[in-house]
Design a protein around this ligand. Structure first.
Ligand SMILES: [Ca+2]
Length: 291
């Protein structure tokens, strides 16, 4: 994982400038509406233009903390899922990589599988009665029995492995670039990809993923941002700014809390959970649109 932060710095600048851009966007729309009204152009044309404009500019969200739960502060979180009332987590680092089943309310580890020391675990997803887990640079993924974590099989891929989720039909994988790959869930072959863009700006370092209500949510590595991405076009539909969340963590933990990473979604309860690497807490948050 590159230490080059220029992409993130660009992203931060992009985000900071958006208040002004939103204002310009609103003014632009108002001007169009005024001219259109004066020229007695059909309101349908105005509506069409408005939709086009909205498709070009992402929405922005802050957050409200709804609940706080304990989280293993020694877990270098790489993948997080909520499934059937419990959390599943993949943790990284050489010699510390694991697959876990975790009680949400207590943070207790209910079941754990330790990977061989030569593997650095990354993202994962649940498909039917199996767990599929990536590794960082070994170009190998593992498939486990969901119930007892028994290793079943493995597969290979040509890139680094970062995040993983699925849309109910195919696997979705990130590799730290601006690409999200679609994989056949039976053969693990790459069947397509999208390139993620905020308008025309490539968004790189896409990390942990979660497919939520028809969108792909992606942590951007080493930032407090989660991108909401269209699976069809790769366009960023929205930005969630989680700045300040890490500062809510108790100060006494060791190792030091690392970056935000970990998105899980309770589809039935419509609850959104986030955490980070070595974070001692996991947060249920509600998104608050920035007006
Ligand atoms: Ca996830």
């Amino acid at each position: 994982m590159s230490q080059n932060l220029s992409g993130i710095q660009d992203l931060t600048g992009l985000f900071a400038g958006r208040t002004r851009m939103n204002f310009m966007h609103i003014m632009h729309k108002k001007t169009l509406i005024l001219i259109s009204s004066l020229l007695l152009i059909s309101p349908i044309i105005i509506l069409f233009w408005d939709n086009v404009a909205q498709g070009q500019t992402p929405r922005y969200y802050h957050y409200r903390v709804i609940n706080t739960y304990p989280h293993d502060h020694k877990a270098f979180t790489q993948g997080l899922i909520y499934h059937d009332g419990v959390l599943y987590e993949s943790t990284g680092k050489w010699g510390q990589s694991s697959l876990r089943q975790v009680d949400l309310k207590t943070g207790e580890i209910l079941q754990i599988y330790h990977l061989p020391r030569r593997y650095f675990a990354e993202g994962m997803t649940i498909w039917q009665n199996k767990i599929i887990q990536l590794t960082w640079r070994s170009k190998i993924g593992f498939v486990y029995n969901l119930k007892n974590f028994e290793p079943l099989t493995h597969f290979t891929y040509p890139t680094e492995g970062w995040g993983m989720t699925n849309d109910g039909e195919k696997l979705i994988m990130s590799d730290g670039t601006d690409k999200l790959y679609f994989l056949n869930v039976k053969t693990f072959e790459t069947i397509g990809f999208i390139q993620v863009r905020d308008q025309n700006i490539p968004i790189t370092k896409l990390n942990e993923l979660e497919y939520i209500e028809g969108e792909i949510f992606a942590n951007v590595w080493k930032s407090d941002l989660i991108a909401r991405i269209s699976p069809q076009t790769g366009q960023v539909l929205g930005w969630i700014d989680l700045n300040g969340l890490k500062s809510l963590l108790p100060k006494t933990t060791h190792p030091k809390p690392n970056v935000l990473n970990g998105i899980a979604y309770d589809k039935i309860g419509q609850r959104l959970f986030v955490t980070g690497k070595f974070w001692s807490q996991l947060f249920e948050i509600q998104l608050v649109p920035v007006r």
